[in-house]
Design a binder for this molecule. Structure first.
Ligand SMILES: Cc1cc2nc3c(=O)[nH]c(=O)nc-3n(C[C@H](O)[C@H](O)[C@H](O)COP(=O)(O)O)c2cc1C
Ligand SMILES: [Mn+2]
Length: 482
């Protein structure tokens, strides 16, 4: 089972030699970024900075910086293993015989036990600060030179739908302004912002909490593109095979927070209040996201366990630590994509595309304009809808090899015939879009063309040697003296 709290996760990492402690004092402004950037790029270990200038708390970074560590956090040997479990969940085999039904019972019982469990006490509330709460006691990072301030970068933001009580957990950056004032940078397409709009319509204060640390699966689930209304805590329970333990907040009891979190920041947003100018922030696009207006978050309590570890990440030009969180999602959600768009054999979000700029999609093409259908289906599917460039290729292309994909783009595309341009919502961080969050998207149909797809001449076959000759040359290789 994945670690139930961050400190046991740290112990596991350390046991495996996947974590380095840094004893000298470092600056949370820029210095940690430069160190982490170098270490992540080199595929290096998680880093525990024991002395961070201006704070009593050690800072942990780069926990998800490799495939192995991300798998350890998710309690799997490979992402495909989790994908297979998700696939089973989506396509449950209906038991028909009594024996099959009996066999299914333990599985069903387990599913039923996975929603979060509310407990009375939590480690995360060993120490409680209310009036004396101070965000600047945290070793929050100033990540890049032109950042607007210091940011919480690996927080899981807990909110509830005011009408249904449905919980959402999303990872949104939080800029610190005053000891008890921060800004909540949730993009308008994300569930936290959706909840905020509901509280605003109802004219109600919005309670919320930010959890740092807790179960090892938590940061990952907070980044997951689950459909609105599906509780990330349930998915966390599914991943770890155990329900998440939650405890009501000390000052915002409507919001339950992970009992084993290192640190929890509780507070509220008053939708009647003016927004605050947040940013700029050196973002995962490799550019600064420009300053813009976001809700003010008022802190009513900071609770933590004794001697907490403060977890952080930096984002920047890819690849960074978040690359592996994204890769995990790409793999784990393949069955979900396939359920929505069954034509998809596989897909890849190439590193250079920073998640939303580019997707390579492989289909088994059976009829004219199938690639277009796939593009449009994806442009309507959850967070995939924000993908700026979708390249569709045939079944014999390796979507995980950008050279192979671009070779087929170069060879198979007549730009005037094979490019699909559409308008729609785009990622908030897309600075090229004419309007923030709204712009255009491009589909490149790099499949071989069929009659009916505009003017198509005879299509040549791609070069390939016969298997017989390949086998012959392999057999005779020694004879050639090469
Ligand atoms: C390191 C990291 C930082 C992120 N920062 C933000 C952010 O500041 N604002 C935001 O809206 N999404 C951010 N995201 C993306 C969301 O966490 C992600 O889209 C998630 O699915 C949103 O959950 P929701 O759909 O429940 O809102 C970040 C993701 C990662 C991995
Ligand atoms: Mn959600």
């Amino acid at each position: 089972m994945p670690a139930a709290d961050l400190q046991s996760f740290v112990a596991e990492l350390e046991q495996r030699g996947w974590l380095k402690r840094i004893a000298v004092e470092v600056d949370p402004a820029l210095e940690i970024t430069e160190i982490a950037d170098r270490v992540t790029t080199a595929g290096g270990p998680a880093l525990l900075f024991e002395r961070v200038r201006g704070s009593q708390m050690p800072l942990l970074i780069n926990t998800f910086g490799t495939r192995e560590r991300t798998c350890l956090a998710l309690g799997c040997n490979g992402f495909d293993e989790v994908a297979a479990r998700v696939k089973d969940l989506l396509k449950p085999e209906i038991p028909t015989t009594l024996l099959q039904k009996l066999r299914k019972l333990p599985e069903l019982a387990q599913l039923g036990s996975l929603p979060p469990k509310i407990v009375k006490r939590g480690l995360c509330q060993e120490v409680v600060h209310t009036d004396d709460a101070n965000l600047f006691a945290l070793p929050a990072l100033k990540c890049w030179p032109e950042d607007g301030g210091r940011y919480i970068t690996l927080g899981a933001v807990f909110t509830k739908n005011p009408d249904t009580g449905d919980r959402n957990v999303g990872m949104y950056r939080v800029q610190l302004f005053e000891p008890k004032l921060a800004a909540m940078h949730w993009h308008m397409h994300h569930d936290g912002a959706r909840h905020f709009r509901l509280y605003r319509e109802r004219g109600r204060r919005m309670p919320l909490a930010i959890a740092l640390g807790g179960p090892a699966v938590l940061p990952y689930v907070a980044t997951c593109p689950l459909p609105p209304g599906i509780d990330e805590c349930l998915f966390a329970g599914f991943l770890q095979g155990q329900p998440l333990e939650l405890v009501p907040g000390v000052s915002q009891p409507e919001i339950e927070v992970p009992a084993t979190a290192e640190i929890v920041i509780e507070g509220y947003i008053d939708p009647a209040e003016d927004l605050i100018l947040e940013g700029p922030f050196g973002d995962h696009t490799g550019f600064y996201s420009l300053a813009d207006y976001y809700p003010r978050f008022h802190v009513t309590a900071v609770t933590h366990r004794q001697r907490p570890i403060y977890p952080a990440t930096i984002v920047g030009k890819p690849p960074q630590e978040d690359f592996w969180l994204g890769k995990a999602t790409e793999r784990i959600f393949l069955p979900v994509v396939q359920m929505i768009v069954p034509d998809v054999l596989d897909y890849d979000l190439p590193t250079f595309g920073c998640f939303h700029n580019c997707a390579f999609v492989k289909i088994r093409k059976e009829y004219p304009y199938q690639a277009r259908r796939v593009m449009h289906a994806l442009w309507g599917a959850g967070q995939m809808a924000l993908t700026k460039i979708i390249v569709v290729v045939d079944a014999d292309v390796d979507v995980h090899n950008p050279d192979d994909v671009l070779f087929h783009v170069g060879a198979n595309v007549d730009p005037q015939r094979d490019i699909e341009l559409v308008r729609g919502p785009v990622d908030i961080l897309d600075h090229a879009a004419p309007v923030c969050g709204a712009g255009s998207k491009m589909g490149i149909d790099a499949t071989r063309k069929l009659p009916g797809e505009g003017t198509v001449r005879a299509w040549p076959a791609e070069l390939e040697m016969t298997p017989e000759v390949k086998a012959l040359v392999t057999r005779r290789w020694g004879e050639y003296g090469l």
